[in-house]
Design a protein around this ligand. Sequence first.
Ligand code: NAP
Length: 288
Amino acid sequence: MEIPPDTRLVALVGDPVAHSLSPRMHAAAFQARGLPWAYIALRVAPGALRDAVAGLVALGFEGANVTIPHKVAVCDLADDLDLSVRRCGAANTLVFREGRVVAHNTDVEGFARALAEAGVEVRGTAATVLGAGGAARAGCAALGEQGVRRVAVLARDPRKAEALCARMRGLFPGTAFEGYPLEETWLRTALRNCDLLVNATPVGMHPSSDQSPLSEGDWLRPEVVVFDMVYNPPHTRLLQQAREAGCRTVGGLSMLVHQGAVSFELWTGVQAPLDAMKRAVGLLPAGV
Ligand code: NAP
């Protein structure tokens, strides 16, 4: 395939990157908008991140997505940090402008837009978040921004849950963030007292798609909305349990598309073609 010399380039930087849906999604988006842009996945080992980012800038790339394991380390390499990054301490998008590297975290807005698109109003409600890593930070920041009343964060290392909650309490004093161990008793108590459950752990992700963070689906009340950030497979065991319990569900592909749409708009200044991006990741059937 010929890549003309005036093609504008965006990279995905991570390790591994082979499984990512982002190259397909952004290629479809550039094509739908008629933009002469290309998106390339580059496997970058942890020790090579600094050279890789400097190299992308030197080569005239427009920006990049950053994924595991670089989302935290890349913050130290940026010249400017967007508010979303300062809140989460992690970045997933870089924009290169006049030699400067600006870091953003579009997972925050992507999660919020996915909730809104599903018609889930969270202001004043109570949420339970499973996990205390990068995705959980983004989810908690979005829930704090939206005026959620209380967020219980459950993690297998409760010190990480508490550290995340301490950070969020400083940012969003109107929301009560509380950290707990990710154990059956705490989980069942949290589920009895929440309106929204967010899985921000990789439990249930391919190849362990028979697993769920809930050993029993009947811990769920039908009033709870269940949001699984895992998108591979799109229909996780947790979402299946939630549907069987009569809960509304939101899958991770929706967040993937919306965080990608925000990144696309930051790089190009053009409104993202959501339907083309949804078709590319299988969220809409071809031809819709
Ligand atoms: P991360 O930074 O590595 O954090 C993962 C969190 O899950 C950590 O708290 C980790 O605990 C916990 N965890 C890992 N394995 C676990 C297990 N077996 N049981 C209980 N807890 C476990 O990863 P991340 O970036 O937050 O990603 C988490 C998930 O969200 C992944 O599946 C990722 O694909 C998904 N995600 C989706 C989107 C989207 O657009 N839909 C965006 C971002 C992330 P420890 O700290 O103790 O290891």
